[in-house]
Write a protein that binds this ligand. Structure first.
Ligand code: NDP
Ligand code: VHF
Length: 426
């Protein structure tokens, strides 16, 4: 496809999505749920074909030397497909919020005023090479009565093509327009440039990705954007703290998976507990070959651990999202310094305090300026499914419209409805 063809191609997707969005907005809850259940059963029935398509992506990624955590997120295993299928079924079982009217109140004039939840229309989404996101985004689009144009990462193109075909078949089987969910079939990045510049067809753009993507979006977007950006997430071990609990939680937050945006990239430790806690967590990281980028005080406490990969931290490390077996570690005076450090260096995605002090916990919740703030829990919980949303579009690092894990409500807006009986304004 040349540049002109890409432009025309994406515009066609936009036009088709716009037409489909009107039909989706008026579709009944029952029909949308039929589509979701049909998609779930097809994900199970077609698992061998989906894994075959996925194996093409995996072979290409490995040949290109993609890092192991990134290969891991590209995989469509039986377990990943089953989780996707269950997610569709859970969404189907959830109440339909479209058309729901809230806050209806009678005014002195006699009119009754409330707000109705409606789909946004068409959303365009650009996301990483994680094929299960295609199903999460498609199923949320269906349930919320929107149309979606999906542009997944290029390493996942074969998997995404196979998944998008199933989604369109499920839509058709339910009598819904198949263009309600369309995949951008080219990996040419020109398509992204076009997708973000079509206000006539696309109501909102949802980018999930790192700094390169956001630069492109900031430079070219002509429609509103809900940013889902990098996660430089912190775990802060306070004084006083249950250090056995902190050990479990920090280990999970860093090492359960290295690629997700909600993995902790930075560990802060209160000075009073550092001599006891740092050697213990350092031994865990050493065993798992996690490189530690450390402040001078941490270095002195961690140096005796055999096999520890220790590197003096630079200023850049405090702001870094590694997405790899690497963590930055800093000793701080206490909760005030921890909060100040987090507000300076965090990407405002998810940050956690591990503490026994109720007032410190309350202070952390109030003062840390991030989309999710947690007490005594792993940052890895920042996830739509874990928050009870059924599925997630991603984790918004914006403050407006939607913040943190975005589910059905984030894909809707509230319009005013006014019910009268012939009242006129005096
Ligand atoms: N907040 C959230 O919900 C999430 C955030 N992330 C963040 O994403 C990043 C990791 O994923 P990674 O794959 O490296 O992210 P990238 O930003 O490299 O890629 C994400 C998507 O954006 C596209 N893209 C990237 N740069 C450009 C550009 N200049 N022009 C057009 N398209 C572009 C990619 O396309 P192509 O395939 O062509 O490279 C891909 O589809 C991390 O920072 C992570 O925290 C990830 C998941 C969820
Ligand atoms: N909310 C998701 C994280 C999604 C995410 O960050 O994905 P990725 O960056 O592709 O590994 C989860 O915890 O599963």
């Amino acid at each position: 496809m040349n540049a002109l063809n890409v432009t025309e191609y994406v515009q066609t997707l936009g036009l088709q999505a716009k037409v489909a969005s009107a039909l989706m907005a008026s579709a009944s809850a029952a029909i949308k749920n039929v589509a979701l259940r049909s998609l779930a059963s097809q994900l199970r029935a077609q698992a061998p074909q989906l894994k075959e398509a996925n194996s093409l992506d995996l072979a290409r990624a490995r040949a290109a030397g993609l890092a192991e955590p990134m290969v891991d997120r590209l995989k469509l295993t039986d377990q990943v497909l089953e989780t996707c299928a269950q997610g569709c079924e859970q969404l189907a079982a959830m109440p339909d919020v479209i058309g729901e009217i809230v806050g209806m109140n009678q005014q002195p004039s006699g009119i009754r005023v409330g707000r109705m939840r409606v789909p946004i229309g068409v959303f365009g989404m650009i996301y990483e090479s994680r094929p299960n996101v295609t199903i999460e985004a498609a199923s949320l689009a269906i349930k919320s009565g929107n149309a979606a144009i999906l542009r997944g990462g290029s390493e996942a193109i074969e998997s995404n093509r196979a998944l998008a075909l199933l989604v369109q078949q499920a839509l058709q089987a339910a009598g819904l327009p198949q263009d309600a969910v369309q995949l951008v079939q080219t990996t040419d990045r020109e398509a992204v440039g076009q997708l973000i510049a079509m206000p006539a067809f696309v109501d909102v753009i949802i980018p999930r990705g790192g700094k390169g993507l956001i630069e492109r979006i900031s430079a070219g977007a002509k429609v509103p954007v809900i940013k889902h950006l990098d996660g430089n997430c912190h775990s802060y071990v306070d004084d006083p703290c249950d250090l056995d609990m902190a050990l479990r939680v920090v280990d999970n937050a860093k090492t359960q998976k290295y690629s997700p945006c909600n993995a902790s990239e930075s560990l802060l430790v209160a000075r009073a507990v550092a001599p006891e806690f740092l050697p213990r967590i350092g031994a865990v990281f050493a065993k798992k070959q996690v490189e530690m980028r450390v402040c001078a005080e941490s270095m002195a406490l961690l140096a005796p651990i055999s096999g520890a990969k220790l590197v003096p931290a630079t200023e850049q490390d405090w702001a870094e999202e590694y997405l790899a077996p690497v963590i930055s570690i800093k000793v701080v005076a206490g909760v005030d310094e921890a909060i100040a450090h987090i507000n300076r260096y965090s990407s405002h995605h998810t940050d956690a305090i591990l503490t026994r002090d109720h007032l410190h916990a309350q202070q952390f919740l109030r003062e840390v300026d991030s989309a999710s703030v947690m007490v005594n829990a792993s940052t890895r919980f920042a996830d739509g499914f874990e928050y009870g949303l059924g599925a997630e579009i991603g984790i918004s690092t914006d403050k407006f419209h939607a913040r943190g894990p975005v589910g059905i409500e984030g894909l809707t807006s509230l319009k005013w409805v006014v019910l009268g009986q012939g009242e006129v304004r005096g």
